[in-house]
Design a protein around this ligand. Structure first.
Ligand code: PLP
Length: 369
């Protein structure tokens, strides 16, 4: 299989797996236990917290471990006081849009912020937020489908000055571009382990001192009482190791995927009628999403699968639904072109031959004969 879907998930790094294994069998103690066996595990969790804090420019106590990005996003939204107002961008992941929509049934007011045709939240949208005066705004750092990166630092300053809390979903950005919580100037940030070669089912919400979180889960004092439940120790250890490696290897991983993407885009452009979304704008170095007028993206995905190519037709969670991507719709892309979309997301272990194999298979399917 040629795996070109790293925005959906990444394979676990061997070094991450090696770091996790002792915590599945040897050090199985409960980190809340007071005897030595428990204290060893507690100290390993502390190390993981430090490794993640070092990658994202925050202090270890600001990290609240969760079961993944989805839970962290839900937790960020429930931090709101009853009746609070929320503003989110129209291109958020469903783990933001769906809980936000659900909150409206509990009396919260919600504003959806449009994006321009490149997929960027504009200054006009930010001015609109200021006029709406929400308690919390959530704008993702990088989009999972197009890879388009938002200027969070610019917006956060303006919104914070108005007393508006800012959350960003950095699940896709982490490990692909530098992500610095302090420098972004935000109040909450979501990250996830399995997008950075760590295990699945582990993530975190990063929180600053201005935020008082209301738990989703009750029944234990773990994670400062904000997220009850015995910690997923092996996954947290793996997330920590994956974060350490992402920090050490960021520059080399970025250069590698950028070179591969340039090669891919150069070839893609030889296909008549191809359209690359967000091409002229700041994007994640590993992501390219393209559309081909007249082609059914889901059908093409299945045909590519038969040839051993793993790609996505949009967000992994949204695929199979048969509906055009809400992200592309928000960018003003026609339903027909959006339905043809294919997303390629490269990873650190992809090679030039993966790119050429994919391109040749694609060409044979879309330019028959
Ligand atoms: N946010 C974004 C932007 C994502 O792409 C994803 C997963 O695809 C999530 C949140 C959810 O993260 P998790 O799979 O860890 O629940």
């Amino acid at each position: 299989m040629v795996y070109l879907d790293h925005n959906a998930t990444t394979p676990i790094d061997d070094r991450v797996l090696e770091a996790m294994l002792p915590f599945l069998k040897v050090f199985y103690g409960n980190p809340s236990s007071l005897y030595r066996h428990g204290r060893i595990v507690r100290s390993a969790i502390d190390t993981a917290r430090e490794q993640i804090a070092a990658l994202i420019g925050t202090q270890p106590p600001q990290i609240i471990f969760t079961s993944g990005g989805t839970e962290a996003n839900n937790l960020a939204l429930t931090a709101l006081k009853p009746g609070a107002k929320i503003a989110i961008s129209a291109i958020e992941h469903p783990s933001i849009t769906e809980p936000a929509e659900n909150l409206t049934s509990q009396g919260h007011e919600l504003k959806l912020l449009g994006v321009n045709k490149e997929g960027c939240v504009t200054q006009e949208a930010v001015d609109e937020i200021v006029r709406f005066r929400p308690d919390l705004t959530s704008i993702m750092l990088a989009n999972n489908e197009t890879g388009v990166i938002q200027d969070i630092t610019g917006y956060a300053r303006q919104l914070n000055d108005q007393g508006i809390l800012v959350h960003t979903d950095a699940v896709q950005a982490l490990g692909k571009i530098p992500v610095d919580f302090a420098r972004l100037g935000i109040n909450m940030m979501t990250v996830s382990s399995h997008k950075i070669y760590g295990p699945k089912g582990c993530g975190a919400l990063i929180v600053d001192k201005n935020v008082i979180l209301r738990p989703i889960l009750y029944g234990g004092g773990q994670e400062h009482g904000v997220r009850a439940g015995t910690e997923n120790v092996p996954a947290i250890i793996g997330f920590g190791k994956a974060a350490e490696l992402a920090g050490l290897e960021l520059a080399q991983r970025t250069e590698h995927v950028l070179n591969l993407r340039a090669l891919l885009e150069e070839h893609l452009q030889s296909i008549p009628g191809i359209f690359i979304f967000g091409k002229e704008i700041d994007r994640l170095p590993n992501t390219v999403q393209f559309g081909l007028e007249g082609v059914d993206g889901e059908m093409l995905l299945m045909k590519l699968d038969q040839k051993g190519m793993a790609v996505s037709s949009g967000s992994a969670c949204a695929s199979g639904g048969g509906k055009p991507s809400p992200v592309l719709a928000a960018m003003g892309v026609s339903a027909e072109l959006a339905k043809s979309a294919i997303r390629i997301s490269l990873g650190k272990d992809n090679t030039e031959s993966d790119i050429m194999e994919f391109f040749n298979q694609l060409k044979s399917l879309v330019i028959p004969g």
